[in-house]
Design a protein around this ligand. Structure first.
Ligand SMILES: Cc1cc2nc3c(=O)[nH]c(=O)nc-3n(C[C@H](O)[C@H](O)[C@H](O)COP(=O)(O)O)c2cc1C
Ligand code: SF4
Length: 508
C-alpha cells in the first residue's frame, strides 16, 4: 500500500501525525506492507490531513482524515466516507495553473532524486550554459515581478546588482512572511525547498553573487528544519558549493532565523537584522541592490519570486510570460483565508476576478452569511467591497481600485465584521509594529488609534481629522508600514461610512 500524507505545518496542526501513527499501527496489525511518503501540502487546507493512496499511478484522496477514519481504508477504499476521488481531478486542483507549486504536495520535499525526476535542476543546468547577462535577460523577458509586495520587476533588480561593483555580492531571500492570511512562502519551503535553493543559485549566477541567505521567521519551525536539511543535502550533492553541478561555478547559502517583527520583512530592516543590528528601516538611497548586506550589492527577493525562477528557466521566459494579464505576467499563488468555506493556496494565471476567487474557489463564507469585505495584500492592504468583485487579479487593476495585491493573501469577512474596529486595529498594528524611525508612523499611528476611539465615542468631527492624519502618514512615512496603513483605514471608511457615523458623501 503506497500512501502520501503531508507533513506540512498546517496538516500537522490539523492532526496529520495522529493519522500517520494510526496508519502504521493498522498496517502492522493487518500485516500489510506500507510505503508512507511524507509530502508537502496540496494547499487544500480545509481537506487536511489529506491522505492519498496511490493506485495504478493515480492518487486517490481521502480527507479531512482522523485517526478513527484509518481502519476503514484497509477494507473498502472507494466507499470510504472520506473518499474524494482522484486528487488531480478535484475542482480546486483542475482549475489551477501550477507552475511555481508544480511539485508541492506531490514529492517528498527532501528527496533530491524525486525533485529532479519532476523537472527540478533543469533550470539550473540551462542557466549554467548562459552568461550572467543572458540570465538577467531571461528573467526580464519572463515579466516576473516581486511577489513580496511591491511588484517590482525582478529582472531590473538583478540587472542593477549585476552591473554594481563590489568584491562580494549577495542573494538574500526574504522569508519573513508577516502578512496576515499568507502562507505561500512557508508552503513552498516545507513542500519543495530545493526549488527555492535552485532559484537562489540561478540568481547568484545571474548577478555574480556567490553567497546567499534565507531570512526565515522563527514562527516557522518546520520550514526552518526542512530548509536547513535541504541546504545540507544540496551541498552534499554538489547543487550548492564551489562547483555547482560540476561546472566550476560557486554559490553557497545558509538559513538565518529572524526573531519575529513585522517590520523585519521590509528589506532594509531585514538587512539590519541579518547583520545582527536592530531591525530598523534604512533610508533609501542607497538601494540594497547597490549597498545592501554589509554594504555590498545585494538582491533581496521574496521566496515566491525566487522559487518561480527555476520554472522560468526550465520552460523558457516566453512560456511563463504567456500566462497572465497586461503587465502582470505568469501565475500568482493566491492564499485564501479568513471566513471562507474553503481556505488554502490556489495558483492561477493573473486575471481571475476577485469575486470568482471568493465566491467560487473559496465557496463564500464559512458562516454562510454574505461577504462584507475582503482584505487583500496583508495588514496594509485595502478592504475591497463586493461592488469591486469584478476586479481582475493584477497589479495595475488593483491599484486602479485603490487596493494592492501585496503577497496575494486574501482575508474574507462576513457581514458581522465591525469595520470601524478593523480600521482601529490597522492603526494599532502599525503603532505596535512601527520601527520608530519616522514621526508620521511612530506618532501618527498612536494618534490614529485615539482618533478612531473618539469616532467610536460619537465625535463625528474626528472623521475629517482621521482623513487628514492618513494623508500625512501616506505622504510623510519613510516606508510602506506607515505609508500604507491608511489603505485599510480609508477603504473601510469609504465603503462603510455609516459605521463611522459619517455621511457617505463625507467619506468619498
Ligand atoms: C512593513 C513591510 C513588511 C514587509 N514584509 C515582507 C515580507 O514579509 N516578505 C517579503 O518578501 N517582502 C516584504 N516586504 C517587502 C520588502 O521590503 C521587499 O520589497 C521584498 O522583499 C522584495 O522582494 P520581491 O521584489 O521579490 O518582492 C515588506 C515591506 C514592508 C514595508
Ligand atoms: S514608516 Fe514606520 S516602520 Fe517605516 S520607517 Fe517610518 S517608523 Fe519605521
Amino acid at each position: 500500500m503506497k500512501v502520501h500524507l503531508p507533513r506540512d505545518a498546517a496538516a500537522k496542526a490539523l492532526g496529520a501525525e495522529a493519522v500517520a501513527q494510526a496508519l502504521r499501527a493498522e498496517a502492522d496489525r493487518r500485516d500489510v506492507p506500507l510505503e508512507l511518503v511524507r509530502t508537502g501540502t496540496r494547499g487544500m487546507i480545509w481537506l487536511e490531513p489529506l491522505l492519498e493512496i496511490e493506485r495504478d499511478g493515480q492518487r486517490h484522496g481521502f480527507g479531512p482524515m482522523t485517526a478513527a477514519d484509518v481502519p476503514a481504508l484497509f477494507e473498502t477504499e472507494d466507499a470510504h466516507p472520506k473518499a474524494l476521488g482522484p486528487v488531480e481531478e478535484l475542482d480546486w486542483m483542475k482549475r489551477q495553473t501550477r507552475l511555481t507549486f508544480q511539485r508541492c504536495g506531490v514529492i517528498d520535499p527532501l528527496d533530491l532524486g524525486q525533485y529532479e525526476a519532476h523537472g527540478g535542476l533543469a533550470g539550473l543546468r540551462r542557466a549554467l550554459g548562459m552568461t550572467a547577462a543572458e540570465i538577467v535577460q531571461e528573467v526580464t523577458e519572463s515579466g516576473l515581478r516581486g511577489r513580496g509586495g511591491a511588484g517590482f520587476p525582478t529582472g531590473i533588480k538583478w540587472n542593477t546588482v549585476l552591473n554594481a561593483e563590489g568584491p562580494q555580492k549577495y542573494i538574500v531571500c526574504n522569508a519573513d512572511e508577516g502578512d496576515s492570511g499568507t502562507f505561500a512562502d512557508r508552503m513552498i519551503m516545507e513542500g519543495d525547498p530545493f526549488c527555492l535553493i535552485e532559484g537562489m543559485a540561478i540568481a547568484g549566477l545571474g548577478t555574480g553573487a556567490t553567497r546567499g541567505y534565507v531570512y526565515l521567521r522563527s514562527e516557522y519551525p518546520d520550514a526552518i528544519e526542512v530548509m536547513e536539511e535541504a541546504v545540507r543535502r544540496a551541498q552534499a550533492a554538489g547543487v550548492l558549493g564551489d562547483n555547482l553541478l560540476g561546472s566550476g561555478r560557486a554559490f553557497d547559502m545558509e538559513i538565518r532565523v529572524g526573531a519575529g517583527a513585522y517590520v523585519c520583512g521590509e528589506e532594509t530592516s531585514l538587512l539590519n537584522s541579518l547583520e545582527g543590528k536592530r531591525g530598523v528601516v534604512r533610508a533609501k538611497p542607497p538601494l540594497p541592490a547597490l549597498e545592501g548586506f554589509l554594504g555590498r550589492p545585494t538582491v533581496v527577493n521574496n521566496v515566491i519570486s525566487l522559487a518561480t525562477v527555476p520554472v522560468i528557466f526550465e520552460k523558457g521566459a516566453a512560456f511563463y510570460a504567456d500566462f497572465g494579464l497586461g503587465r502582470s505576467k505568469g501565475t500568482i499563488p493566491v492564499q485564501i483565508a479568513g471566513n471562507v468555506a474553503r481556505g488554502g493556496l490556489f495558483e492561477t494565471a493573473f486575471g481571475m476576478p476577485l469575486g470568482t476567487l471568493v465566491e467560487e474557489i473559496a465557496g463564500g463564507t464559512a458562516s454562510g452569511r454574505p461577504v462584507k469585505a475582503v482584505q487583500v495584500g496583508g495588514p496594509l492592504g485595502a478592504y475591497m467591497h463586493a461592488s469591486q468583485f469584478d476586479t481582475p487579479f493584477g497589479y495595475e487593476e488593483f491599484d486602479g481600485q485603490g487596493g494592492l495585491i501585496g503577497h496575494a493573501g486574501i482575508v474574507v469577512f462576513d457581514e458581522s465584521a465591525d469595520m470601524l474596529e478593523m480600521a482601529r486595529f490597522a492603526m494599532e498594528f502599525c503603532a505596535v509594529e512601527s520601527c520608530g524611525k519616522c514621526t508620521p508612523c511612530r506618532i501618527g499611528a498612536v494618534r490614529g488609534v485615539e482618533t478612531l476611539e473618539r469616532i467610536r465615542a460619537g465625535d463625528g468631527a474626528a472623521v475629517e481629522l482621521l482623513a487628514d492624519l492618513c494623508e500625512t502618514m501616506k505622504d510623510g512615512s519613510l516606508c510602506a508600514l506607515g505609508g500604507f496603513t491608511p489603505y485599510p483605514v480609508m477603504s473601510a471608511l469609504r465603503h462603510f461610512p455609516e459605521e463611522f457615523g459619517a455621511a457617505r458623501e463625507a467619506a468619498e
